[in-house]
Design a protein around this ligand. Structure first.
Ligand code: MIC
Ligand code: SF4
Length: 649
C-alpha cells in the first residue's frame, strides 16, 4: 500500500507503537534545538536528569529571544547557555547569528530527518521535507538524555496545491493566511499537514518554510513538504547538496482528508486583531491608517523576500506617520542584503534596522503606542503580545508591509503605483558559520556558569487522592500561552527564575491573580476553567510550571492545545476535559470544587466526579492520558519520572 511522506519518515524513526491515529508512537530523534527563552529551563532540566552528554546526533542551543540587555539577567543566561552547550555537547549559536528557525533551516535542516525544538515554530523545518515538531523544554531534555519522543499519532491531511502565485504581490504568507482563514486556529489540532500536488514546485524552500512555520497557528502538530528539485537547489546554494535526498509521497498514498488550494486564486491577505485566523483580503481594509510596520521574524526572513521589500522601499520614504522596523532572521541574510546595497535602500527609506532576533514579535522592544495600528509580517497578533494591549496588531506579507509603510495606510497592492521586483531565489548564499561554536571534546572540565537570576526548577508534590480548591479564573475559548504567561521585555528575562516569573501569571487578564493564587495555596490551591483549545500558541512550559508553582491543581477545559497539554502533564497538572460541555456554563469564578478518588480515577476509568460545593451539584470530567502520561502524573511530573527510569538503567 502506498505511503505518504509522514508515514515514510515515521516508519524509519519508530522506536515503538503504531502509526494508527491517536495511539502513542515513540520516535527516535535526529536533532534537537533550543532557544534561549525556553532553553535555560531545558538545559537546567537536562542537568537535573544527570546525563553527561547529549545522546542525539545533533543538538543546537540558539540565542534569539532575550536579546535586550537592560540588566545582567539576559547576558548571564547567554553565558549559562554557552557553557552548558560546551559542557554537554551541543552547538552554540551566539547572539547575533539570528533566529533559531531561520538559521536551522539554512544550516542544519535535512530532508527525511526528525527535529524537535523548544519553540512552537520549529515546523519551519517542514519546508525542507523534515518532520519538525515544537515541544516543551522538559520533553527536549529527556530526548537529549536518550529517550524516544512519544506523541499520539496525528491524522495526516493532504494540502493539495495547484497553480502558481501571482508574484510579486502575492507571497507564501498570503497562502498560509488564506489557510488560516479557512481552517481557523483550531483547524490543525491533532493533524499533520502534508503538502503535495503540482503547485508545490512553484514554491522555493524558504517560501515553503513560511507556510510550515505558520502552520503552528493552526494548532497542527507540524506541516511538511516533499523534498524535490527545489529542495536540492536550496541545499546546493547553502553548499549542503550532500544532505539532499528525494522524498515524495507514493502515488497511491492515503490521507485522512484532502484540502485543495489554488495558488493562482490567492490574493494579498491580512489578519486583523487579535487572532491570526481573523483574516480578510487586504483590499477590504484599504484606507486603514498604519502607525507602525514590522518586517522580518522567523516567518518571513528569506533573502529573496527581503530583496523584494528593498525594491519597494528603494527611492521612497517611509510615510510621516509610520515607524518601520526590520528584524532580519539571520546574520547571513542581513550580510547579503548589506553587501548587495539592499540594506542601504532600506535605511535610506527610513527603516529602523534591528538586530537579527525575535525583537518586536515577542515584545522585546518595538512596542506600538496607545491605540496604534501595527502591521507585521510576523505570525502572531494576540492581544498584548506586542508589549501594549492597547494597540492593534495586523499580520500581512513583507511585501504588503513595505507598501503600507510607504503609503502610511493599507492599500490595494496591485494598484498602489509602487514597483516591486519579482523575487528570485539566490543560486548561492553567503556561508560563514563563525557565530556557531561546535560541541567541545573533553568537556568534563567545562564549568557551567549560572548567574544569580538562575534558580532551581521546582517540582510538584506527588498527586493527592483528593483535590479541593477554588476556581480562580474562568476563561473562554482559545486562551493563549501569552495570556497565561505573558512575554515582553520585562517578564522574559525572568524565564530562569520561576518564583519571580510566577508573579506575572495571567497578569494581562487579572493583575492580582498571583496574589490570589498564593492566598489560595493554604486552602488547597486553585483550579482554572477554560474553553476550547486552552493553551494555544507557544511552547513555553512556563505557562505550566509557573501556575504549578502557584498551587494550581487542575485545569478543566473543553479541549487543550497539544504542546500545552503535554507541558501540564510534564509538571504534574492533570488536564481535565468536561464530559458534558454544558457544565462549563454552570461553573463560576470563585466556586469551590471537590474531586474525590483522584488517583483511583486516574488509574481506572479516567472519569472524575467533581462536586461543585458552592452550587451544590456534581458533574463529570475525564482525562485521556496514555500509560506513560499516567505514570508521569503519578510521579509528580516528567523530571522525577525520568530520574526514576535513569536510576533503573
Ligand atoms: C513565541 O513565538 O510565542 C515564542 C516566544 O517563540 C514561543 C517560545 C517562548 O515562549 O519562549 C513559542 O513560539 O514557542
Ligand atoms: Fe521569535 Fe516570533 Fe518566531 Fe517566536 S514567532 S520564534 S518570538 S520570531
Amino acid at each position: 500500500m502506498g505511503r505518504n511522506i509522514v508515514e515514510k519518515i515515521f516508519e524509519t524513526h519508530k522506536a515503538y507503537g503504531e502509526l494508527t491515529p491517536n495511539t502513542p508512537v515513540g520516535l527516535r530523534i535526529d536533532q534537537v534545538y533550543t532557544q534561549d527563552a525556553t532553553g535555560t529551563m531545558a538545559w537546567l532540566q537536562f542537568e537535573a536528569i544527570g546525563i553527561d552528554r547529549v545522546k542525539v546526533p545533533l543538538a543546537v542551543s540558539y540565542v534569539d529571544h532575550n536579546m535586550i540587555q537592560s540588566n545582567y539577567m539576559n547576558p548571564d543566561d547567554h553565558r549559562f547557555l554557552q557553557t552548558a552547550a560546551a559542557r554537554y555537547g551541543a552547538y552554540f549559536s551566539r547572539p547575533g547569528n539570528g533566529i533559531s528557525h531561520q538559521i536551522h533551516l539554512e544550516r542544519f535542516a535535512v530532508p527525511g530527518k526528525i527535529v524537535l525544538g523548544t519553540d512552537s515554530h520549529t515546523p519551519t523545518g517542514g519546508g525542507m521535507g523534515m518532520i519538525a515538531i515544537g515541544v516543551g523544554g522538559l520533553d527536549a531534555a529527556t530526548v537529549m538524555a536518550g529517550a524516544p519522543y512519544e506523541l499520539g499519532m496525528p491524522r495526516v491531511v493532504l494540502m493539495k496545491l495547484k497553480g502558481r502565485l501571482i508574484r510579486p504581490w502575492v507571497t507564501a504568507m498570503d497562502v498560509i493566511l488564506e489557510i488560516l482563514r479557512k481552517l481557523t486556529v483550531k483547524g490543525g489540532v491533532g493533524k499533520i499537514l502534508e503538502y503535495g500536488g503540482p503547485g508545490v514546485k512553484d514554491l522555493s524552500v524558504p517560501e515553503r518554510a513560511t507556510i510550515t512555520n505558520m502552520g503552528a497557528e493552526l494548532g497542527a502538530t507540524t506541516s511538511v513538504f516533499p523534498s524535490d528539485k527545489r529542495t536540492r537547489f536550496f541545499l546546493r546554494a547553502q553548499e549542503r547538496e550532500k544532505d539532499w535526498t528525494e522524498l515524495q509521497a507514493d502515488r497511491d498514498a492515503k490521507y485522512h482528508e484532502v484540502i485543495e488550494i489554488d495558488l493562482g486564486s490567492v490574493e494579498p491577505m491580512i489578519a486583523q486583531p487579535h487572532s491570526p485566523d481573523n483574516v480578510v483580503a487586504a483590499r477590504e481594509l484599504a484606507g486603514t491608517r498604519v502607525d507602525q510596520v514590522c518586517i522580518g521574524s522567523c516567518t518571513n526572513s528569506s533573502y529573496q523576500v527581503l530583496k523584494t521589500v528593498a525594491s519597494i522601499l528603494k527611492g521612497n520614504s517611509v510615510a510621516d506617520g509610520v515607524s518601520l522596523l526590520i528584524n532580519p532572521g539571520s546574520k547571513a541574510v542581513y550580510e547579503m542584503l548589506s553587501r548587495k546595497g539592499l540594506a542601504a535602500d532600506m535605511i535610506a527609506a527610513g527603516a529602523r534596522i534591528l538586530e537579527c532576533s525575535c525583537g518586536p514579535c515577542i515584545g522585546m522592544g518595538g512596542a506600538p503606542g496607545t491605540g496604534h495600528v501595527s502591521v507585521r509580517s510576523y505570525n502572531r497578533n494576540f492581544k498584548g503580545r506586542s508589549g501594549n494591549k492597547d494597540s492593534f496588531v495586523y499580520l500581512a506579507s513583507p511585501v504588503a508591509c513595505a507598501v503600507f509603510a510607504v503609503k502610511g495606510k493599507v492599500v490595494d497592492l496591485q494598484n498602489s503605483g509602487l514597483h516591486a521586483e519579482v523575487p528570485r531565489e539566490p543560486a548561492s548564499y553567503l556561508i560563514n558559520d563563525n557565530m556557531f561554536i561546535p560541541p567541545q571534546q573533553n568537556a568534563e572540565k567545562v564549568e557551567v556558569i549560572k548567574g544569580p537570576n538562575i534558580k532551581e526548577v521546582p517540582v510538584k508534590e506527588p498527586l493527592a487522592e483528593k483535590i479541593e480548591a477554588d476556581v480562580l479564573l474562568k476563561l473562554g475559548d482559545n486562551v493563549t500561552t501569552d495570556d497565561i504567561m505573558p512575554a515582553g521585555s520585562t517578564i522574559l528575562p525572568l524565564r530562569s527564575n520561576i518564583p519571580a516569573i510566577s508573579e506575572y501569571v495571567f497578569s494581562h487578564i487579572d493583575n492580582i491573580f498571583s496574589k490570589r493564587a498564593e492566598e489560595a495555596k493554604s486552602a488547597g490551591g486553585g483550579i482554572i476553567v477554560g474553553g476550547e483549545n486552552y493553551g494555544q500558541g507557544s511552547s513555553r512550559e512556563h505557562a505550566a510550571i509557573a501556575p504549578m508553582f502557584l498551587g494550581i491543581q487542575a485545569v478543566i477545559a473543553k479541549s487543550f492545545a497539544r504542546i500545552h497539554r503535554s507541558n501540564l502533564i510534564n509538571f504534574g497538572i492533570i488536564p481535565l476535559i468536561f464530559k458534558n460541555m454544558e457544565d462549563y456554563g454552570r461553573i463560576e469564578k470563585g466556586d469551590r470544587l471537590l474531586l474525590h478518588d483522584v488517583k483511583k480515577s486516574l488509574t481506572g476509568s479516567q472519569s472524575y466526579v467533581i462536586r461543585n460545593l458552592t452550587r451544590d451539584y456534581s458533574f463529570e470530567a475525564s482525562s485521556s492520558l496514555n500509560g506513560r502520561e499516567k505514570e508521569i502524573i503519578l510521579s509528580g511530573g516528567l523530571l522525577p519520572n525520568t530520574r526514576k527510569h535513569i536510576q533503573k538503567i
